[in-house]
Design a protein around this ligand. Structure first.
Ligand code: TNX
Length: 521
């Protein structure tokens, strides 16, 4: 029988026989292969309760798992790998360390599902089917955005979330750290961002709709933030698993929490408080004066020091232009700068930040509104309002990450019958639609398609109060998206997916993931 793997590898060749992991087995690795071997040893030793030493060589006759960097496999790319299970042993080979991590993830899935158990699972025979697998990802950007502003998520959960991404061979954790309802990252130079900006006195209850005049609040203070030490810990945790962390600091809109902390950054008529409702606010935008840019340069400086990855996300979405339009000083400043309209001002913000980030060797990524008023020269566009922005950006020669609400907004309902589901923001995005997603739109030429870096799913948390709800909305849809991101588009098959998913859910059971169990649509 074919092994039931998620995401589906490129080539799977079942062989006769099996390999049984015995208590005296060892893991062999040298040099650059050692970190993946150590992680694999950690993963296997908990459920099996075997000691599984990591050592340079396997003594002759001792059964074991060998991990090796093999440059002859360079054609598989830095995340590709080969995995062979024969009755006398297991071999994981890859041209680079990242590939070994994915080989190790595939190997875990070949074991009985109890291998994912967090304590020793007794009475299980740790058997692997003999098989040859050759694999490499379709895209280099396979990720998820998690909004921790609308609801703060504890540090332990952030690590678990990343661990689950890695298990699905995803490699980007996009951390939405600031928004109107809370600023969640410690910035040493501006302590009020977290003293004031990380807390709100209460939160609106139930669905926010424009027609509602009487809003109800829960009266429960909500907040929290991550210290710089905690952030370094998360970045390291992710790095070990092959996951890059892309921080997002929203500019120039969705910035009400920052403006509540430092009112001089705003441009509205009155002081603001950290938002206690959802939606977009008229005055949640920064003013464009020089001290604001000084603030932003300092903030992004600390952010760049904490997050070593290439990409830094600057938000850029949903900027209401009214606050700038009605403020005479802002209007005068726009004239002085020769900016024709508010779109040009928005673009001015993003261009200046791009210069700041480029000075630090980084690349800017922003939501698709950064196209309006002219795109910063080297910006990467994250397409969320469908695929239109992504198509336009790729056609203009810019890199793109596809995160369309039409296929990748996991805050949307999973079932047509919304009454039977926990309250969500709206929409309808069933598992089958996520599974059908092809991140390269037909409109693109082959060359333009090369600008599509990949795809990611979004978890906006207005209606998700904590980890259990996040997992409910993310899984199993994340399993489907992992195939859109990793597996070849040809050969995708809903029936094969649901069969494999049924086996895969046993793994998520062992991990106690709170996925949605009801019938899939
Ligand atoms: C739009 S997507 C937003 C978020 C909301 C989300 C809810 C984007 C860049 N902005 O602020 O949380 O819709 O689906």
């Amino acid at each position: 029988m074919l092994p039931q793997l998620v995401p589906q590898p490129v080539k799977v060749q079942p062989l006769a026989g099996e390999f049984i992991l015995s208590p005296d087995a060892a893991i062999a690795a040298q040099d650059e292969a050692v970190p993946a071997a150590q992680l694999l040893a950690e993963w296997l030793s908990k459920p099996t309760a075997y000691r599984l030493p990591v050592q340079p060589l396997l003594p002759p006759g001792l059964p074991g798992i060998r991990l090796e960097i093999d440059l002859s496999l360079a054609a598989l790319g830095r995340e590709g790998y080969r995995l062979e299970v024969i009755d006398s042993g297991v071999s994981l080979r890859a041209p680079a360390p990242a590939g070994l991590l994915y080989a190790a993830q595939t190997l875990r899935q070949l074991f009985p599902p109890e291998i994912f158990s967090q304590q020793a699972a007794n009475g299980i025979s740790w058997t692997l089917p003999c098989v040859e697998i050759e694999d490499q990802p379709r895209f280099g950007w396979r990720g998820s955005m998690l909004d921790v502003s609308r609801h703060f998520m504890p540090l332990e959960f952030i690590e678990r979330y990343i661990d689950l991404l890695a298990l699905h061979k995803m490699n980007v954790f996009h951390w939405h750290l600031t928004d109107d309802q809370g600023w969640r990252i410690e910035i040493k130079r501006y302590p009020r961002l977290t003293e004031i900006g990380a807390w709100r006195p209460e939160t609106v209850v139930g669905r926010m709709s424009r027609s509602k005049t009487e809003l109800e609040y829960d009266g429960i203070p909500h907040g929290g933030f991550y210290t710089q030490d905690e952030i370094r810990r998360v970045v390291e945790f992710a790095r070990r698993r092959g996951v890059r962390v892309v921080p997002e600091i929203e500019v120039p809109g969705h910035s009400q929490a920052a403006i509540a902390a430092y009112p001089e950054l705003g441009c509205g008529p009155e002081p603001l408080e950290v938002a206690t409702q959802w939606s977009i606010f008229t005055y949640d935008v920064y003013n464009p004066f020089e001290p604001t840019f000084e603030f932003l340069e300092n903030v992004f400086g600390e952010v760049a020091d904490l997050f070593p990855g290439l990409f830094i996300h600057v938000g850029g979405d949903e900027v209401r232009k009214k606050a700038w339009q009605e403020n005479p000083a802002v209007q005068q400043h726009m004239k002085d700068l020769g900016l024709a309209d508010e779109h040009a001002l928005q673009s001015h913000f993003i261009r200046r930040l791009e210069t700041t980030l480029q000075g630090r060797g980084r690349r800017l990524v922003g939501w698709d509104e950064i196209l309006e008023g002219g795109l910063a020269p080297n910006a990467t566009v994250m397409s969320w309002r469908g695929e239109t922005g992504g198509i336009a950006a790729a056609q203009a020669g810019h890199d793109v990450v596809m995160a369309p609400n039409t296929y990748a907004y996991f805050d949307y309902y999973q079932a047509a019958n919304k009454e039977a589901e926990p309250l969500a923001i709206g929409g309808f995005l069933p598992l089958s639609k996520v599974y059908s997603y092809n991140p390269v739109p037909d409109e693109l030429t082959l060359e333009q398609a090369g600008h599509v870096l990949g795809t990611q799913f979004q978890i906006w948390t207005e209606y998700m109060g904590g980890p259990a709800q996040v997992e409910y909305m993310a899984y199993p849809r994340a399993c489907a998206l992992s195939e859109a991101a990793w597996s070849p588009h040809e050969g995708k098959d809903w029936k094969s997916f649901t069969t494999r998913l049924a086996a895969h859910l046993k793994r998520l059971d062992a991990l106690k993931v709170n996925y949605r169990t009801a019938e899939w649509e």
